[in-house]
Design a protein around this ligand. Sequence first.
Ligand code: GRF
Length: 188
Amino acid sequence: MKKLAVFASGNGSNFQAIAEEIQKGKIDAKVALVLTDKEGAGVIKRAEAFDLPVFCILPKQFETKVQYEQAILEKLKEYHVDYIILAGYMRLIGETLLGAFEKRIVNIHPSLLPSFPGKDAIGQAYRAGVKVTGVTVHFVDAGMDTGPIIDQEPIRVDEGETEETLAKKIHKVEHVLYPKVIQQLVSK
Ligand code: GRF
């Protein structure tokens, strides 16, 4: 059974969706650990509710990014992690983790990449007035939301849509698409 590490900086609703699908037997993998870089992140309580090990490793505890990622890497090795699943992890992955997990780090992004990379993708798309946006799951490389695309799901921006209603639609789609792609990945 493949082992996943979920990295999250915030709310953790994507972590939750993945953990629920695993519980239902829809993903043939287990979450070995959850990692966050933010004290008090919502994902911590969610991980505890699933009885999963959760580690809060703060970048400010280290002098360099390499040292920070080496500390993470130790945990990943200790728990025999096969894949890193980024779920709202608000940090670029550096050379240390990229080198150790080549083609084994994935991310979910709330737009149809390559449009609207970076922060506040939903707001960016909404303000641009696009009629179709969506969700992308991609392999992670050194860039900001630039790695090879694995799957995408388009979402229409309806008449009278607000940024809030659009965000709700996008998150709903994320919670279905990400578990589906992860299952495809681990079953290869
Ligand atoms: C999601 O919209 C994801 O696409 C983006 O960050 C958000 C994380 O949300 N990368 P959550 O913490 O999983 O609720």
